[in-house]
Design a protein around this ligand. Structure first.
Ligand SMILES: [Fe+2]
Ligand SMILES: [Fe+2]
Length: 372
């Protein structure tokens, strides 16, 4: 049985990056002028009843574009909004599930939108299907902004049904960095979304906020490092004290200690990457696991063999004697910031001493360039 470690898919509604707001979606003064595939182009009149604004609203009520509503060029503006709706729909999770584009079409779509994570994910799916790993690990940032879990559930359904897919949340799944009004409310909404996903795939956390599962003679621990920092513009995290107390205890549990291999998943990184390695220096500011030293100490005390993480979009492996081996996967969709390549880690669990090896994924043109 082989284990495949993937990370940081950054899926979203349309494969785009960013946070959508739905501030005035409920205003009933907007009238629907045209609709297509549950998208709406709506118009708003001023107090005197004259055309004032046009906007494009997606099937979930999110406003994508607002334009002025000029009487003379109305058709042209509506055409522009309609074209935008059609482009968005092509890469929506809904469309990519119901009607997966055939290879030629996918290639053309990627030429138009090369950084689209939903489209790039379809190539990752092909890699996984070809490889047929026994276990899949996803170490957080499954989504860019809390949407897109449907793609994971759909395309990895056989692994989910067999309880062979393990995931932990990332900062993008649970909070954003922006100090705008409502950050806490957005974080609560996103965390609920992740929790619903985790429960649906059988990975509900215990009271401490973590989980442990057994797959044959392997123990898999999922730690949640997504404790939102108070500082704005920070994507840092921390593993809560409750989880560390729990992990220390299961470290003494006979069934856990008796497992042939003990692995943990966490999103944030336990060790800093050397700044000199790779062509893009990994920025540490605002990224770190705030209690990394303590987490490493507890993981060591719990006799974990491996800790898999993501977050940095840099891949590396650090083997410290008498400590868990730390394995970092880059973004499986966007690639590695150090090398521009896309790869995961593959480990043959049937080996007497399993060890992860780099496994090259798709060869799409790198989003991060060639590291420049
Ligand atoms: Fe990420
Ligand atoms: Fe992250």
């Amino acid at each position: 049985m082989r284990l495949l470690h993937l990370s940081d898919l950054h899926l979203s509604r349309y494969g785009e990056s960013g946070t959508w707001t739905n501030s005035d979606g409920e205003d009933d003064r907007w009238e629907t002028l045209q609709s297509w595939q549950r998208w709406r182009i709506e118009g708003l009149r001023d107090r005197k009843g004259r055309p004032d604004k046009l906007r494009l609203v997606d099937p979930e009520g999110l406003v994508h574009k607002v334009k002025s509503w000029p009487a003379k060029k109305e058709d042209k503006v509506i055409g522009v909004l309609l074209a935008r709706a059609m482009k968005r729909h092509q890469t929506s999770t809904e469309r990519l599930i119901e009607d997966r584009p055939p290879p030629e079409e996918l290639a053309a779509m990627l030429r138009v939108d090369p950084g689209n994570t939903n489209l790039r994910f379809l190539h990752v799916v092909d890699d996984v299907l070809a490889l047929q790993p026994g276990l899949i690990l996803l170490t957080g940032d499954l989504t860019d902004n809390g949407f897109g879990y449907a793609l994971v559930r759909h395309y990895f359904a056989p692994w989910i049904a067999a309880h062979r897919l393990f995931a932990v949340p990332g900062n993008h799944d649970t909070y954003d960095m922006f100090p705008r009004f409502g950050r806490a409310a957005r974080a609560a909404f996103k965390s609920d979304g992740y929790r619903d996903f985790a429960e649906a795939i059988g990975l509900e956390a215990n009271a401490a906020g973590a989980y442990v599962r057994r797959v044959e003679d392997i123990a898999v621990v999922g730690l949640n490092s997504c404790k939102m920092p108070k500082t704005p513009f920070s994507a840092s995290g921390a593993v809560t004290r409750e989880q560390l107390v729990w992990l220390r205890e299961i470290g003494h549990d006979a069934a856990f200690a008796g497992a042939r291999l003990r692995i943990a998943l966490v999103h944030h990184h336990l060790l800093r990457m050397p700044l000199e390695v790779g062509k893009r220096s990994p920025l540490e500011m605002g990224m770190r696991l705030r209690n990394a030293a303590e987490v490493m100490e507890v993981c060591t005390a719990a006799h974990l063999d491996f800790v898999f993480h993501g977050h940095r979009h840099h891949g590396y492996l650090v083997q410290l004697p008498e400590h868990p081996t730390v394995v970092a996967a880059p973004s499986s969709t966007l690639g590695c910031k150090s090398t521009g390549r896309s790869y995961g880690w593959l480990m043959d669990l049937d080996e007497p001493r399993p060890f992860p090896l780099v496994h090259r994924l798709h060869t799409l043109p790198p989003v991060y360039g060639d590291g420049a």
